[in-house]
Design a protein around this ligand. Structure first.
Ligand code: AMP
Ligand code: MG
Length: 403
């Protein structure tokens, strides 16, 4: 049996970034840039006004105040999107709206609040400095500069910037195709009412959702029966199109647990089986016809917790992400927890923040079939292998299940 660390390291070692593809910028959300993006022009393209007000020569406002306003003649109106036609000379101003281009001759904008209207003139009641309330050409982005570098996580601001740069597409790392196989004679499809002794295949749905949530593309391949031939057939069909195959169940020590057998036969390989953790001890990692396979345990909570620890980081790595792991925080434990030494425990939990401190309590029943406690959980308490009794009030490691 190997440790969680060792398992995680061994699994991740076997994965690389996938290839790249061009996508429409809006489809690049939450993906990773596969190219450097340079600006082909300045942003803003030309000096423009940051305020609604008047474009002026700043020297003309010298000494202006409420009692001694300076009167300037309005020679033009410049709404945003229009090109000014006149040069501002001494004693003149142009009415200008936010985004309007600064006319020749003007070197500052006086905001409307510092003026009074006076027919065809404007009364300036404050002195302003050169450059005031002007957005200069290239002050955001300079022509030729590197704006988005390869490896950047694409958040909404990046998409806005790509649009501002005139890009309709960007190269990003490909999304992994993840084949999902359920195993077990007891399973029926969600569309059927389970007869006596049968249960619905819920794992394939939980796993598909987990795959989607971290950017992968799930391919639900259905249910393999507890026969070697059936497993072989389904695994083989998965190798045609998947970057990674994940299965649930059939990986323990039962008489019908054939996933490991399939991984060991032919040209396939089984890198390891069993990890010192709870839930999720029976976990097999190997390859079938060159495609990596993670045989996850069957119990619904074990399946999901194992996915979190081992599959999600792989899928993120394949997509070029640098941050592969969920945030780990310290929280005050609100109850005493006892466990056996030997395995790392992941306890479904609810973490709350109060006055800058995190508090965590378990969701109750921790049986690996109790999916409802996974529904309640927003985090997992992580208890070290050698821990046996963790006191109420002690600080514990908590893995958040959202970023
Ligand atoms: P196994 O490791 O194959 O013995 O599976 C352990 C238990 O997990 C089974 O007894 C089922 O109760 C449950 N299980 C296995 N596969 C699924 C599935 N696809 N959906 C829901 N529960 C499952
Ligand atoms: Mg089974």
């Amino acid at each position: 049996m190997i440790s969680v660390e060792e398992a995680s390291k061994t699994i991740l070692m076997n994965f690389r970034k996938l290839g790249r593809e061009k996508v429409a910028i809006i489809d690049a959300l939450a993906r990773v840039a596969g190219e450097d993006v340079y600006a082909a022009y300045d942003i803003p393209g030309a000096a423009n006004s940051a305020m609604d007000g008047y474009a002026v020569r700043h020297r003309d406002t010298a000494g202006a105040n409420r009692r001694n306003p300076v009167s300037l003649k309005i020679v033009e109106h410049i709404p945003a999107g229009h090109v000014p036609q006149k040069k501002i000379r001494r004693g003149e101003a142009a009415r200008i709206m936010t985004g309007g281009l600064i006319p020749a001759g003007a070197d500052a904008v006086i905001r409307q609040e510092d003026t009074k209207a006076a027919g065809t003139d404007v009364l300036v009641i404050a002195e302003i400095a050169a450059g005031k309330d002007i957005r200069f050409a290239g002050e955001d982005v300079q022509n030729g500069s590197l704006v988005i570098s390869q490896g950047t996580f694409i958040k909404p601001a990046v998409i806005g910037m790509l649009a501002a740069l005139g890009r309709t597409q960007i190269s990003v790392y490909r999304r992994p195709r993840v084949a999902i196989i359920a195993t077990g004679d007891e399973l029926v499809a969600v569309t059927r009412k389970p007869p006596a002794g049968k249960i619905i295949n819920s794992n394939s749905y939980a796993l598909s959702a987990q795959v989607l949530a971290c950017g992968g593309m799930p391919l639900m391949l259905g249910i393999a029966r507890d026969r070697k031939k059936d497993l072989q057939r389904l695994f083989k069909s998965a190798t045609a199109s998947a970057d990674l195959i994940i299965s649930s169940g059939g990986v323990s020590v039962g008489d019908f647990d054939f996933v490991k057998t399939v991984m060991k036969e032919g040209g396939n390989s089984l890198h390891f089986w069993r990890v010192a953790m709870k839930p999720g001890k029976p976990l097999a990692f190997g390859e079938i016809e060159g495609v990596p396979v993670l045989g996850l345990p069957g119990n619904p909570v074990s399946t999901m917790v194992s996915f979190e620890q081992f599959v999600r980081p792989c899928l993120l790595k394949m997509q070029g992400h640098e941050n592969l792991f969920r945030p780990l925080i310290k929280a005050v434990l609100m109850e005493e927890i006892r466990k056996k030494a030997g395995a790392r425990h992941f306890i479904r939990a609810i973490v709350k923040k109060e006055k800058n401190k995190y508090f965590v309590s378990s969701t109750g029943g921790q049986g690996s079939g109790i999916l409802s406690s996974m529904v309640l959980a927003n985090a997992l308490i992580v208890l070290a292998e050698n821990a046996t009794k963790v006191k109420k009030g002690s600080l514990v490691d908590v893995q958040l299940l959202a970023d």
